[in-house]
Write a protein that binds this ligand. Sequence first.
Ligand SMILES: [Mn+2]
Length: 415
Amino acid sequence: MRLAFVLALLGVMSGTATMAAGITPQEYRQRRAELRKSLDGVMILFGAEEPDDLHTSFFQESNFLYLSGWREPGAVMLLTQQTEILFMPYRDLRMELYTGRKLGPDDPDAPKLSGFDRVMPKSALESAFLKVLETAPRVYLIPGDLRGQKLKSLAVFHDEADAAQAIARLRMVKSSAEIELIAKSTDATVAAHLAGWKKTRPGVWEYEIAATMTNVYFERGCERNAYAPIVGSGPNSVILHYAANHRRLDSGETVVADVGAECSDYATDVTRTVPAGGKFTPRQRELYDIVLGAQKAAIAAIRPGVRLRADGASLHQIAYDYINSHGHDLHGQPLGKYFVHGLGHYVGLEVHDPGDPAAPLKTGTVITIEPGIYIPEENIGIRIEDIVVVTETGCKVLSAALPREIGDIEKLVGK
Ligand SMILES: [Mn+2]
């Protein structure tokens, strides 16, 4: 009996090439069940369409992915407290010459393969929507999705509610399977940074370091960069999202490397700042230790209930106060004004995952802690970014294996 169950499960999973490794069909089902309990109406979610350019590969919309794990183009989801339906387009044999075989709604295995008991052709969406409207007071849509707006125009007397916000409430707290996948991306990213440090020396190009780093995680099977890799030296180190990576390193400069992998759909986000020549200057050391001190102070304060950024007490405020009360610029002014961005953000399916920075942190929330000081006048930019999961008593730094102390970094850069 038990063996039969396991075999059945294996059958479902092995037949499901379209499901993410690591998240089980049961977990996707649970996420929908949890969301549906809170719905006061009908939620319509449109999955991503097949891209019509050659730059991008198919990339499922993240709310759709979160709730279904479904990664074929053109699908639509309808959710109410009572029901859930996955709509699929009929197969397009001409398109399949280019993009491969898809599952059609008329395939008898569609419910098993998608994890939805009810699968219908996309052409039936409108009539199904009109039917549930009779008992649904509100229509939940992703704001700005024109396809949703078009459908909503059939229900002008119904209130509109924000689907993204309702789903974000769930996405802000990660399951253990999600945390494991973020840890996997983080481990690959830590290895990438260490390889980048080995490569770093004066005369090397920023793109060479970026290539060395990204190669480490692509070789491990990670599908994508979680964001465009940033390797900024000297004057580029003060540009927060510099991603041209087209300058040659000089000795005496700092190099900000903000590079992270996406593996099995889950992102990570890690930054280190290292000396191009293997040794920080005294001024760079001074500033580096201020950023590191701010980061440590913020990480030490993490526990359920504290806020990332809010009026009054917050982790951001702790980091800002630390920076603003240590060291000075060349004009004797405090350094707080050079910490020009937020302390952190949620991470999950997206590197900037949805989540309210003013909400009290919960156990299972995954955020970055990334203070920085950027002084264009001195051509010095320093950012130190780690990714942490909030635990019952504090937090666990998922990127802890990547050294942060000056002594440890100097031992590894260029060697
Ligand atoms: Mn970040």
